[in-house]
Design a protein around this ligand. Structure first.
Ligand SMILES: NC(=O)c1ccc[n+]([C@@H]2O[C@H](COP(=O)([O-])OP(=O)(O)OC[C@H]3O[C@@H](n4cnc5c(N)ncnc54)[C@H](O)[C@@H]3O)[C@@H](O)[C@H]2O)c1
Length: 448
């Protein structure tokens, strides 16, 4: 099948590559010329496990091509996925300017029946808006070209995006057009050979499902962070509590980790956008307001721990920071808690030497003009000359570090762990002071 993917970012590039891998003829469009040039040279603009080999294989086979030519892209696809960004507007609502621009382009050039698929995360009602925009442009051209609109929100996770797309938990299709639904079935058939995963529903329910999923996951995180802060006051250990409740199948273990707060390109903006939708429809989503408030506070928890531990010594101190990306296995730093933590340390007059396995290039660009932020080539190199270590992202390579080496390199043998990566007693047995989230703070002799 001829497929066009509009927007070649995390979602678009992964979708395009996976759809090409099942034999489709995929053309990916982006307005970012630099990105398309890179892809044409065989370079991958983002880090995503397994993506590079997938793109290479399908590009070499001629099934996956990249372009900035809008007209050619619209004339290509029987199915046209819209996977452009929907960043937060100033009032928290999803900014639909890229979605609208994509729709306009389709209307300006469409010359055959096509199914236009909203894959971007968009507020309820957007499919109607996309339909109206395309129709408007067709009318300007005096064309009565038939087309269909489908909502197909994407649930892939950065860091496991290829795997998620190839083996989805579910494929949500919002459609009121039988021909379009059947076409979507054939697009997704190769990804659900084991059992049916496609849920067909009305368009509005599909649009709302995506926000509901992210809002629920964000709620679990904030709930645990709130409880973690209480556990600290009570002398309880949130890690024990997590296991104690996660073992209940009604609750489960996923997304119950206390930490430095959620970030990334989805949860923060989607929680805000859903609240905004509530307000526009005359109701406050009170739970989500609390979820957001807790999350904002949580991003500063590590800084509070730094202040409590080092008081007015922080000015002039140097902190090693492990992890910059908002979560492991991605280079995405959008709304990453590390940004708040680095900013807070700089405000206090401290300096930072950070290490991240893949996000350093992204961070170097973000902090280019900022004195006081340096980057190391390895986790241990980040410790040289540092006073204390802060852990911000739970990369696998931090799981079993050389604790003796850490103690020897740090001026103060202190680890402040925003991800609860270690057994506190074990860390302390190496003569290190260990402060974590929602766990009793104790000194190296175990004194609380
Ligand atoms: N990143 C994720 O993990 C994830 C997961 C599920 C859903 N989503 C949603 O998918 C959408 C895309 O997210 P993303 O992370 O891939 O964004 P992204 O910023 O990585 O990529 C978006 C791309 O669209 C391009 N673009 C913008 N306007 C365009 C236009 N008119 N024509 C062609 N290209 C255009 C941009 O240049 C950019 O390369 C968002 O709505 C997001 O909420 C993201």
């Amino acid at each position: 099948m001829k497929i066009t993917v509009i927007g070649t970012g995390y979602v678009g590039l992964v979708s395009g590559a996976c759809l090409a891998d099942t034999g489709n003829d995929v053309l990916c469009l982006d307005v970012d010329e630099r990105k398309i040039e890179m892809l044409e040279r065989g370079e991958i603009p983002i880090y995503e496990p397994g993506l590079e080999a997938l793109v290479k294989r399908n590009a070499e086979a001629g099934r996956l091509r990249f372009t900035t030519d809008v007209e050619a892209s619209v004339k290509h696809g029987l199915v046209q996925f819209v996977a452009v960004g929907t960043p937060p507007g100033e009032d928290g609502s999803a900014d639909l300017k890229h979605v609208t621009a994509a729709a306009r382009n389709i209307g300006r050039h469409l010359d055959h029946y096509a199914v236009v698929v909203d894959k971007s995360t968009v507020p309820v009602g957007t499919a109607d808006r996309v339909r109206a925009t395309i129709s408007e442009e067709l009318q300007v051209r005096g064309s009565n070209q038939d087309f269909a609109i489908v909502s197909n929100p994407e649930f892939l996770k950065e860091g496991a995006a290829v795997q998620d797309f190839m083996k989805p938990d579910r494929i949500v299709i919002g459609s009121d057009d039988e021909r379009a639904t059947q076409l979507m079935r054939s697009v997704y058939l190769p990804f659900q050979r084991n059992h049916e995963r496609m849920l067909v529903m009305d368009v509005r329910s599909a649009e709302l499902t995506k926000y509901a999923a992210n809002a629920m996951l964000a709620t679990r995180i904030s709930f645990m962070n709130d409880l973690a802060n209480l556990a600290e006051r009570l002398g309880a250990d949130i890690e024990m509590v997590r296991q104690g409740i996660g073992s209940d199948p009604r609750i489960g273990y996923h997304f119950l980790y206390a930490g430095t707060g959620y970030g990334g390109s989805c949860f923060p903006k989607d929680v805000k956008a859903l609240q905004r939708t509530g307000r526009e429809n005359g109701m406050e989503l009170r739970i989500l307001q609390a979820v957001e408030d807790v999350n904002e506070d949580q991003k500063s928890r590590l800084l509070e721990k730094v202040d409590r531990r080092f008081g007015n010594q922080v000015k002039g101190m140097r902190f090693a920071l492990w992890g910059l990306a908002f979560k492991p296995n991605t280079d995405d730093m959008r709304e990453a808690p590390s940004l708040v933590i680095i900013g807070g340390l700089l405000d206090r007059g401290a300096s930072i030497c950070a290490y991240d396995p893949v996000a350093t290039a992204e961070a170097t660009e973000l902090f280019a003009a900022q004195a006081g932020v340096g980057f190391a080539e390895s986790p241990m190199a980040a410790l040289d000359g540092a006073d204390a270590l802060l852990i911000v992202t739970e990369w696998k390579e931090f799981r079993s570090p050389d604790f003796d080496g850490i103690r020897e390199r740090l001026r103060h043998p202190v680890i402040i762990d925003g991800r609860n990566m270690y057994d506190p007693a074990m860390v302390r047995s190496f003569g290190l002071e260990y402060l974590a989230i929602g766990r009793p703070a104790s000194t190296q002799d175990g004194k609380t």
